[in-house]
Design a protein around this ligand. Sequence first.
Ligand code: AMP
Length: 621
Amino acid sequence: MNPFSNLGIRHDIVNAITELGFENPTPIQEQSIPVLLSGSNDFVGLAQTGTGKTAAFGLPLLELLDFEENYPQALILCPTRELCLQITSDLKNYSKNMRNVNVVAVYGGANISDQLRQIKRGVQIVVATPGRMLDIINRKAIDFSQVQYVVLDEADEMLNMGFQEDIDSILSTTPDDKKTWLFSATMPSEVRRIAKKYMTDPFELTMGTKNTGNANIEHEYYIVKARDKYAAFKRIVDFNPEIFGIVFCRTKIETQEIAEALIKDGYNADALHGDLSQQQRDKVMKRYRDRSLQLLIATDVAARGIDVNDVTHVINYSLPDEIENYTHRSGRTARAGKTGVSIAIINSKELGKIRQIERVIGKQFTKAEIPNGFDVCEKQLFALVHKVHNVEVNEEQIEQYIPRIMEEFKDLSKEDIIKRFASLEFNRFLEYYSKAPDLNVSGDERSFERGERPDRAFRSSTSPGYTRLFMNLGSVDDFTRGDMLGFICNNTKISGKSVGKIDLKGVFTFFEVEESAVNQVIEGFKSVDFQGRSVRIELAGDREGGSSDRGSYRGGSGGGRREGGGYRGGSGGGRREGASGRREGGSSGGGFRDFSGKRREDRGGSSSAGRREGGERRRRS
Ligand code: AMP
């Protein structure tokens, strides 16, 4: 008999999850499903993401609810829109062979009328982020008086994000005798308190020892000098050609800087942080999921709820302030039974923090050495060889060229040809790494890689007399350079002539303005909204216009960047699908094109002028 049937799951659900590849229950499913199916307990499950907890509560809910009736019977609260959509889609998949199962996803940053309409049509399971849920409750658009089950998923995250009060208000609209099931990756005292507050004698399930991280994750740390951090980080990435990773930074600015530096250096990378609109975040996430990006550079908050399987590495470019967050970060890898590595790049003063984390996760870190240049070259060489070996040959297309290719190679032996192919890309790596220093703390101090920091490496020089500014909007907001010029002039009343180079990136833009116009630009954008988001302008910092790409491999004398179908070897393949520039010459999709270079005198209501469509203000959820 199917092991899920043994646990008490009906065959139409078993059939659906079998199609999803669920052959055996995960440990948390095995232990929680029988308890939850009884429907008579409150429940606290201490479980990491990626352990199969959605099915652990989702399958029992599908068994317990009455789908002949069309009123809300279960409410699932979770911290992020991504998780909300994921849970909704999972429940729909599990129940695809059942009749009249209505699940609605309720989350901020999307059209509320659609959600209200779906609720009105009748729903048994509501999956929601707290902010939007409360909004809907306040509009008296939903009746929770017959809710029997409330699931608090990723409770620690919800509390971290400040949803405590919203959760209190939402739960006060549900009946006292409902059952509450709480899942959390960690059990800080705040979570304990809400467990106490909302539950009576809950059944407690701890997967592994308390607060223990996923056993499939290896934890490593590298000690480097602060100034070598970026170079060390790139070395680690280069040593792992097949990396599909999430890189955590502490601040939005750091996230942007690292992403920008990596993009400049030819990596498939992009940033995910709280300054992005939901639409921008969706685009970045889609590219990551599709593997167009190999590296996602993220802040803790933005990365919450990321549920991408097969993440090979989590890199803590900076350690989190809150130790609990380390567990959340590392939990993004080694999902669904896979293995993964969580790396911390630290300076020697941070060793104490590593020891603290070890105590919390109940596992030891391995001290690792930054690979030397030779090791990286060797690793890259064999990644290339592997790639050549496995490349899919389009026989039909290539056939016509074969005679000419053969002719070209006729005086070379097989060995010679192989050597030449391998050298094609390998030489550049060799050249870059030939002088590569030891970046481990005790290593050699003299080297060009030393001091290579993103803020030096990526900033291009600023034109004389101009100041470089940063803006938190870019090409993923459908701006072309012309749009951007119009947007700047229109909102600040400076002349187009005062604007210098505009460097449009995916999710942000660097632009130059004459020094005399800097204050006017900063002032002009002070209260401007764009599609419900505040426009943020900051000095980009590189006033003196220092040399760029110093010592950076790809900009180096070896010539060329390694993006073109090159070395990265990752499954994203070759060149990053750069958001910037992608619309060059294309239509801007409405908005600002007619403003290009013109100064608009009718500045009545600057903030609405900056808004393409009166987008709804983004709520926390
Ligand atoms: P979750 O912790 O619910 O986010 O699940 C993590 C991943 O594991 C998801 O991709 C699930 O589809 C998958 N998964 C959950 N349960 C099982 C199972 N019993 N067998 C195989 N994969 C599973």
